[in-house]
Ligand binder design. Structure first.
Ligand code: PEP
Ligand code: MG
Length: 756
């Protein structure tokens, strides 16, 4: 085995010089491959670039037949080069022709070469091409040579990404990097957004690739690594994290990775090879991302993405990126693309510039999605590969109606969407016109359409949507977006703002519904639970921590001084819990009146029906409260034993099936019998077809996301309610649980020209 003539440092220095010189791109590539071949004492060095049509085209070669350049082609997955591109993993072979994937390209004359080392050209985990060296002898390339070639490949990736090679492509042929792709995800929030990509974890553009002095660079890397480790230790030792399950586990994993020898060694190696510390982090991160893309095991993917987060932290550490820089550079039509994101982080972006949100993770009821819905940002989730396929500034369309994301869309898709946006705008106009019409059915039955809210940003929607009031104010959202418990003054301030904005329209405040999937990172005392949805949450938690409830009640009472106050309790299981909560409330009322505070003119207390056990206490329940509200999201999850956040079973059982509708009808009837107002505030209220079903079984008040009010009202105004009630009565009668109610409703709507 021969030694390399000069180390990778020399090679990188030469490349740097070549990049700086003014020359034609083809000449530059030719010189680069020649330089690599010389440096690595290889007879051949070739560069293949991945085109948009999934073909790898030979762009430059030293050693193979020069006439094959731009002619020799392999499909993705074909031959050694194709498999490297497809798997994003290097291949190091001493006898390439014996490899089962070997494909012979006669035009190149490569039959003379036995040993073969090929590495993917990666950028942010995406394969852009393949770089190969070959030798006649059956040589085995050392690991450090493989590393060196990967480092060079990274430089080439930058060249491709900066558009340097675009001039070499023939007309009509595009590089893969600029290919338009349509990705399918799940629609999480309706709406269509056209705009430009803003990566939430921006690909920090490492402009300074080559180091001048690797000892100094190594010191920078070590320093950044140790402050990273210190900051993790610091987070772990903070008292509030010390008892926590999930959050702590993540940090523990971070600490383990930050000390991972393999990871650190690869970073050091890249610096020794001549990269700057930040370029080294980027290179190792890109390799990791590529592996992540090809991984199917969810546990391993999760671990790899921990490394990814860690690398981002390290990059920020090295480059000192301030968050302000991001907001300044943000386009006016930003579509955020992220693997996942905290609810608070979303609110950090200027709302007026946000046109959409694309998440690789997320579930319909995850925090970030609830907040995105609250501020009306079209959202698509579960879009695998979205981050690595996107570049900052790419044109993108988010379709929150059918869950599609079109990256770098072609002209015909853009035209189709421009039409769709115009259509939606016309519909919005129609909804605005409906806003001032009475909220009643075609046969004159009044129906109350309320909206759900949870943050101050939602309030303008009250006037815009024409809602009759707020049927569910999720007070926990203020807690979720804060970094510590909001003090009583902050709570009171928000509630006052809400009541002021409502200007006399009714508002129902739900006491904090934390626990389950709504985790407060700063909340001490929560423990990891096997089944958080069935665990210590909502009223269970607040009855055990009465100070929390007392503070909130005090804030509510003060904010509502001189006005009506409606409070509702989440996740009630036994009527006695209402009695206990009422005792706490009464105590606060007495306390405030002793100090001559201005009290609400009336106080109404309600309970949510979310736990099935309440259904067998309906009579007592209706006596114990002033109103009830059905939380159909949780009630459906518990009645059908179907985790509401689990996308795999999300469509399995239909809430418009016979059993659930019979149950909902029973609740509405119990309310009528006891003269206790009943409303429903789950997602079921927000779709015209399900809202129609609810009206058909007796509901006269429903609460939904503000954007749903228009479509639901459009349905309502055309609805002959009496006819529908008869039809539903019949459909839900004892014909067996297999009746297809959804089909019945659709047919009814068609017969009566009801827009669904
Ligand atoms: C529900 O469960 O239906 C509900 C409205 O509450 P949340 O979605 O906040 O759990
Ligand atoms: Mg609920």
């Amino acid at each position: 085995m021969r030694e390399t003539a000069a180390g990778p440092r020399v090679l990188l220095r030469r490349l740097r010089e070549m990049m700086a010189e003014a020359m034609e791109p083809q000449e530059r590539l030719d010189r680069i491959v020649r330089e690599i071949a010389q440096n690595m004492v290889a007879e051949v060095c070739s560069l293949y670039i991945l085109r948009a049509d999934s073909i790898l085209e030979l762009y430059a070669t030293e050693g193979l037949n020069p006439n094959a350049v731009h002619l020799a082609q392999l499909r993705l997955g074909q031959g050694l080069v194709g498999s490297i591109a497809a798997s994003a993993r290097p291949l190091n072979l001493s006898d390439a022709q014996k490899h089962p994937a070997f494909a012979y390209l006669p035009e190149t004359g490569e039959e003379a070469y036995h040993s073969f080392l090929g590495v993917p050209v990666l950028r942010a985990g995406r394969t852009l091409g393949v770089l190969v060296v070959q030798n006649r002898t059956q040589r085995h390339y050392r690991e450090d040579e493989e590393e060196a070639l990967e480092t060079v490949a990274m430089v080439i990736a930058e060249m491709i990404a900066t558009g340097d090679l675009a001039r070499l492509t023939r007309p009509g042929i595009e590089l893969d990097l600029s290919r338009s792709v349509s990705l399918k995800g799940l629609p999480f929030n309706d709406g269509v957004g056209l705009g430009h990509v803003v990566l939430h974890e921006p690909r920090i553009v490492v402009t300074n690739l080559f180091n001048e002095d690797s000892d100094r660079e190594m010191e920078r890397l070590e320093a950044a690594l140790s402050s990273l480790r210190l900051s993790i230790d610091d987070m772990l030792s903070r008292r509030d994290v010390a008892f926590e399950g999930e959050h702590r586990a993540v940090l523990e994993a971070y600490r383990m990775f930050a000390n991972d020898r393999g990871w650190v060694r690869r970073l050091e190696e890249a610096v020794r090879n001549g990269l700057t510390a930040e370029a080294a982090v980027e290179k190792v991160q890109s390799d990791m991302r590529a592996r992540m893309l090809h991984m199917t095991d969810p546990y391993l993917r999760e671990r790899m993405s921990d490394f990814d987060d860690l690398a981002n932290r390290l990059l920020r550490q090295l480059m000192g990126r301030g968050p302000d820089a991001l907001a300044e550079a943000m386009p006016k039509d930003a579509i955020l693309v992220a693997r996942s994101m905290g609810a608070a982080e979303l609110l950090d972006y200027p709302r007026e510039r946000l046109r959409g949100l694309v998440l690789e993770d997320g579930a319909p009821t995850s925090h970030i999605v609830i907040v995105a819905r609250a501020i009306g940002v079209p959202t698509v989730g579960q879009v695998k590969g979205a981050v690595s396929m996107s570049e900052n500034g790419d044109a993108v369309i988010v379709d929150g109606e059918d869950g599609q994301v079109h990256l770098r869309p072609q002209a015909d898709i853009e035209t189709a969407y421009a039409e769709k946006v115009r259509f939606r705008a016309r519909r919005q106009k129609l909804y605005r016109e409906l806003r001032d019409k009475p909220s009643q059915t075609k046969d004159g039955v009044p129906v109350e359409l309320l909206m759900n809210a949870g943050l101050a940003v939602d309030l303008p929607q009250l006037a815009q949507s024409g809602a009759a009031g707020i049927g569910l104010f999720r007070t926990e959202l203020q807690f979720m977006v804060a970094s510590t418990f909001p003090r009583v003054e902050a709570q009171e301030g928000l509630y006052r703002e809400v009541l002021d904005a409502a200007a006399g329209k009714p508002v129902t405040f739900r006491t904090i519904d934390i626990g389950g999937d709504k985790v407060l990172p700063y909340f001490k005392g929560a423990q990891h639970e096997e089944n958080p949805a069935l665990g210590w949450r909502a009223i269970r938690l607040t009855l055990d921590r009465p100070a929390l409830l007392r503070t909130q009640i005090r804030a509510l009472l003060k904010a509502a001084g001189g006005r009506e106050l409606k409070v509702m309790l989440p996740m009630v299981t036994e009527v006695d819990e209402i009695r206990q909560a009422r005792a706490i409330i009464d105590r606060e009322v007495r306390h405030l009146s002793r100090f001559a505070h201005h009290l609400p003119t009336s106080l109404k207390l309600g309970a949510m029906i979310e736990v099935p056990a309440l259904v067998w206490q309906l009579e007592e329940l209706m006596q114990a409260v002033d109103f009830v509200s059905v939380g159909s999201n949780d009630l459906f999850q518990f009645v059908t034993a179907t985790d509401r956040g689990n996308t795999r079973i999300a469509e399995r059982f239909d809430p418009l099936g016979v059993p659930f509708l019979r149950l909902l009808r029973q609740i509405a009837q119990a309310g009528q019998a006891a003269h206790t107002p009943v409303t429903l505030c789950g997602e079921l209220a927000g779709r015209p077809i399900s809202a129609m079903a609810l009206l058909g079984i007796g509901y006269r008040s429903i609460s939904m996301a503000p954007a749903s009010i228009g479509p639901v009202k459009a349905m309502l105004c055309e609805l002959p309610l009496e006819a529908l009630m008869e039809r539903m009565e019949d459909a839900l009668a004892n014909h067996g649980a297999k009746t297809d109610i959804r089909a019945e409703l659709t047919a009814f709507a068609r017969e009566h020209d009801i827009p669904l």
